[in-house]
Design a protein around this ligand. Structure first.
Ligand code: ATP
Ligand code: LTN
Length: 349
């Protein structure tokens, strides 16, 4: 049987998911899940790098799983799990942290931004966040990592760590490629189109949630900031607000940007907003309805997570054992001889 290339990606349960998560991540996960062996996780350990309410975090973790499914992730094809259910993530992160320089972590844009936002607690976890992300990816020997544009720098660090380790100890990790979509890799805030749409933005009008009902969609698109100008013409530099709405229209209708420009020739921003509102309502309706159906099916969600964690652990454990062996840790007496030896190449995993 030929093996499909492997994908690993994740989303933090640190808030309600937005249309940005859909375009930057989930939409591409769904598109790639047949041609790849996919591992999709809820990155709960990443979420605790900023303060979370415990009950809310638990709730959001399940909600995030329900949204993965509502967006079209098929649990019979893809492995769906929660990061903290697979302890190998933190175990590998420790090893990798011994191979990462302080300088590398301090150069990460996300760290600089988040430490400015959370000045009262710039914790070590926030600093080491990209190392845990590298561990997430390398544990599964992933070939491809579908993410939004803001994660590119973290992917570069992951590749550097894999190459550094392989160079020192011999082939151990596959060096993953990022998959950043050509359109929609960075959906901007509806209130400030120079900023990324973020689920943690305190201004709800800036965010389009995947679960927003029609009246919220109407209100948010009506209030969305556009630029001065009249023609509907795509120009990210000069007209970031309008261009962002055009990308959303592309996502909701499947029409290309030139097709959209033709559709609104001679029309104005208000016409685009009206068409976009209707398109988004219809586009998000099935996702919201499926989410509402799944939201309280806790037993079903837990059973998917149980199966997912088991499959994920099998693969993660093999890589971790290989790493432990490579670096010279004594094989634990309970580990079977069938775990990889130092001669095992990562491609065999
Ligand atoms: P926060 O917004 O809470 O600071 P985040 O949403 O960026 O965090 P995650 O929830 O872990 O962080 O993001 C998961 C995935 O969704 C990543 O691949 C990220 O690039 C993508 N993503 C998030 N927001 C957007 C956006 N506005 N446009 C495109 N992709 C996005
Ligand atoms: N840091 C990512 C979320 C994340 C992730 C991963 C993405 C955690 N682990 C592994 C891809 C692969 C973010 O988007 N904030």
């Amino acid at each position: 049987m030929t093996q499909r290339p492997v994908i690993l990606s994740g989303i933090q349960p640190s808030g309600r998911l937005t249309i940005g998560h859909y375009t930057g991540a989930l939409r591409n996960w769904v598109a790639l899940q047949q041609s790849h062996q996919c591992y999709f996780m809820v990155a709960d350990l990443h979420a605790i790098t900023v303060r979370q309410d415990p009950a809310e975090l638990r709730q959001r973790t399940l909600e995030t799983v329900a949204l993965f499914l509502a967006c079209g992730i098929d649990p019979t094809q893809s492995v769906l799990f929660v990061q903290s259910h697979v302890p190998e993530h933190t175990q590998l992160a420790w090893v990798l942290s011994c191979w990462t320089s302080m300088g590398e972590c301090s150069r990460m844009t996300q760290f600089k931004e988040k430490s400015a936002q959370h000045r009262h607690l710039v914790n070590v976890g926030l600093f080491a966040y990209p190392i845990l992300m590298a561990a997430d990816i390398l544990l599964y020997q992933a070939d491809l990592v579908p993410v939004g544009a803001d994660q590119k720098q973290h992917l570069e660090l992951t590749r550097n760590l894999a190459e550094r380790f392989n160079h020192h100890y011999g082939p151990t990790f596959r060096v993953p490629e990022p998959y950043i979509p050509p359109v929609g890799a960075k959906i901007m805030s509806l209130q400030d189109p120079t900023k990324k749409m973020s689920k943690s933005d305190p201004n709800e009008n800036a965010i389009l949630f995947l679960t927003d009902p029609p009246d919220a969609i109407r209100r948010k698109i009506r209030r969305a900031i556009t630029d001065s100008g009249r023609e509907v013409r795509y120009d990210e530099q000069q007209r970031p607000g309008l261009s962002n709405l055009m990308v959303l229209y592309h996502i909701a209708t499947g029409k290309s940007i030139p097709e959209i420009e033709r559709e609104f020739e001679g029309a104005g921003y208000a016409d685009l907003k009206a068409a976009l509102t209707e398109a988004l309502i219809e586009f998000l309706r099935p996702i919201r309805e499926e989410y509402e159906r799944l939201q309280n099916a806790t037993d079903y969600l837990m059973s998917i997570l149980a199966q997912g964690a088991e499959k994920a652990r099998t693969r993660a454990h093999q890589t971790l054992q290989l790493v432990y062996e490579r670096i010279g840790l004594l094989l634990a007496p309970w580990e079977s001889v069938s775990t990889p030896t130092a001669n095992t190449h990562h491609a065999d995993l």
